[in-house]
Design a protein around this ligand. Structure first.
Ligand SMILES: Nc1ncnc2c1ncn2[C@@H]1O[C@H](COP(=O)(O)OP(=O)(O)OP(=O)(O)O)[C@@H](O)[C@H]1O
Length: 582
């Protein structure tokens, strides 16, 4: 894999800052091939080096978040008491809104895992890799969305239960669901103009992560937050409402930055911020390559973008925006954003330039143990909301694997799936860009509405392809890891892992569990159901699937592409997934 290929999956079109990073990464990265990178796991020396760099950051001596250094704080802009959202809307300071009585304390200990994990239902004994004979495996081994009730938790476990419909309201009333909420948005410390935006977006109740994170995020004094919640459970709205609450609309300069690993995700986040903030005066700016001009100041309140571009802007020392005005720094997909071989360098470089007292907010569906250490160094004294390992995947996503004869048999199986299934929309993940293009053109020649998207395409073309998929013009998107994280398209009811994601050579090409979890999380969003189908074509890929089952503690049902009964069941499951929870 060439250094460029390794780096450019996520930042391929970044400018100088990225090429510099790519050069530096290049020195360490072997295996020239055209594979798209998976997020990489830093090994111990890397951890040590990163930790030492964090230790040397000028802002590292960030005060305990709850008590920003007074001297530095004085340099910061003064609050505008007239600002409609700022200050008055924040938790604990809004006189006319009662702070929720159950708002968690501000100490990390008080906000640790239990905050995200209400009294767990009685656990069943785990038997990760065993299958039932009923064709679709057992219900959840332990769970967070149905307490073992297949109808509520996922797709089907027997035909008799297949028709049971579970509504979003049911899921939000189930204490074991990540969508559960004991509260309403009104009970949370959110300004009325933002409430209007929330209701206009169609949200009626907060999800668990929103309910838990918002009081912590909005409390004063400002405290950092590291928040983990399953894919598709509403993390974006949680950090978006924090940014919207903390900027002063009267100050026409960026005051919050959100970084994401891909331009597609940055665009999507910008849409969410614009939607939730539509009844405010707050404006956003998309900071991706080509979107800004040197020496032209940005007068918008919230910057959302990829880290190479934002670092490039910020390193121009006030000519694009004044970094001293930044109050909130959000890392979406934070585990990826702080990994050394991913986007870590630029993210750390941005952090170094921000004033003391900036709130650091890190969100992801995955925080592997070694990354938690980084995260805690990056966001000192943060409140933590972590999931237990067995809670990381949602049961609403039925995980299957499909056995093919060999590598060539994978395309035949895929083609068969699309010929015989009633598939709404689906995303197929492959390792190499060339494979994405090749599969797309073969499926197109068979008459399917397919597109491919990867890091080598022009940025404008990438936007057009994703928009086409979002609005249903294309039904199948063949892509690489560039879309593995964050992309939210509710009608996607199937994810195919045509190639199983693996880590780099330094990790012995081991299964990339985090990428697997994020990939399958493109379906089954916010209470909807979905299927993931992982292709197995030899002993190695079978071992990888076994490894995934073992690590997630979730069984995966084996399906045979040549078995009509299996295909029929998959078809039924996909049809159920298309109904959605509402
Ligand atoms: N309170 C809510 N009520 C109803 N829908 C919601 C609510 N909060 C978020 N959603 C919807 O849920 C979907 C998933 O949300 P979002 O994209 O924020 O998930 P996420 O947790 O960031 O997932 P990922 O880990 O994949 O990035 C979105 O379509 C969003 O509009």
């Amino acid at each position: 894999m060439s250094p460029k290929d390794w780096a450019d999956d996520v930042e391929e079109d970044e400018d100088e800052a990225t090429s510099d990073l790519a050069k530096r990464l290049g020195a360490k990265l072997p295996d020239p091939s055209d594979a798209e990178p998976s997020s990489t796991t830093a090994d111990s020396p890397a951890v040590a080096s990163l930790a030492s760099r964090i230790g040397g950051l000028s802002t590292d001596s960030q005060p305990p978040a709850a008590a920003p250094a007074p001297a530095k704080e004085k340099e910061r802009p003064r609050l505008n008491p007239q600002a409609p959202l700022f200050a008055h809307s924040l938790a604990g300071v809004k006189a006319d809104r009662t702070t929720p009585s159950s708002a968690p304390a501000e100490t990390p200990a008080a906000a640790a895992a239990p905050a995200a994990t209400p009294a767990p239902a009685e656990k069943k004994e785990e038997k990760p890799a065993e299958m039932n004979d009923d064709g679709w495996g057992p219900g959840p081994t332990n769970g967070n969305d149905g307490g073992g009730n297949d109808a509520a938790s996922g797709l089907i476990s027997s035909d008799s239960r297949f028709e049971v419909e579970v509504k979003l309201a049911d899921l939000q009333a189930d204490p074991n669901s990540p969508l559960y909420s004991a509260k309403t948005f009104e009970e949370l410390p959110i300004h009325k103009d933002l409430l209007k935006g929330i209701y206009a977006a169609g949200f009626t109740k907060p999800s668990k992560i929103q309910e838990k994170a918002l009081p912590l995020l909005l409390a004063n004094p400002i405290t950092n937050l590291i928040g983990q919640s399953q894919s598709g459970t509403g993390k974006t709205a949680a950090f978006t409402l924090d940014m919207l609450s903390r900027v002063d609309p009267a100050l026409m300069t960026p005051q919050a930055i959100c970084v994401a690993p891909s331009r597609e995700l940055a665009r999507q986040i910008q849409e969410v911020v614009d939607k939730l903030g539509q009844f405010t005066e707050i404006k956003t700016f998309l900071a991706v390559p080509g979107s800004w001009q040197k020496n032209v100041k940005i007068d918008k309140h919230i910057l959302i973008g990829t880290p190479g571009t934002i670092y490039d802007m910020i390193s121009r020392r006030g000519r694009i925006f004044d970094e001293k005005m930044i109050r909130v720094f959000v890392l979406d997909e934070a585990d990826e954003m702080i990994q050394l071989q991913g986007l870590g360098d630029q993210t750390f470089n941005i952090k170094k330039m921000l004033p003391a007292g900036t709130q650091h907010v890190l969100f992801s569906a995955t925080f592997p143990d070694h990354v938690r250490t980084f995260a805690q160094l990056f966001a000192p004294n943060a409140n933590h909301i972590y999931l237990k390992q067995e809670e990381v995947t949602v049961d609403a996503i039925k995980q299957l694997y499909l056995v093919c004869d060999n590598e060539d048999g994978k395309f035949e199986a895929l083609s068969r799936l699309y010929d015989s299934m009633t598939i709404g929309q689906s995303i197929v993940f492959v390792k190499r860009r060339a494979t994405a293009d090749e599969i797309a053109s073969r499926l197109i020649s068979e008459g399917h509405a397919v597109a491919s998207l990867h890091g080598e395409k022009e940025t404008g073309q990438r936007d057009e392809i994703l928009d086409g998929f979002r609005n249903g013009k294309t039904k199948v998107l063949i892509t690489t890891n560039v879309l593995a994280r964050g992309i939210d398209i509710q009608q996607v009811n199937m994810v195919v892992n045509y190639d199983i994601p693996v880590l780099g050579p330094e990790q012995g090409w081991a299964v990339d569990l985090e990428t697997y979890i994020h990939r399958i999380g493109r379906t089954g969003r916010f209470g909807r159901k979905g299927c993931s189908v992982t292709f197995v074509h030899d002993q190695r890929s079978q071992d990888e699937v076994n490894d995934i089952m073992q690590q997630t503690g979730r069984p995966m049902k084996k399906i045979d592409a040549s078995n009509e009964a299996d295909l029929e069941k998959l078809d039924k499951a996909l049809k159920a997934a298309m109904k959605g929870p509402n």
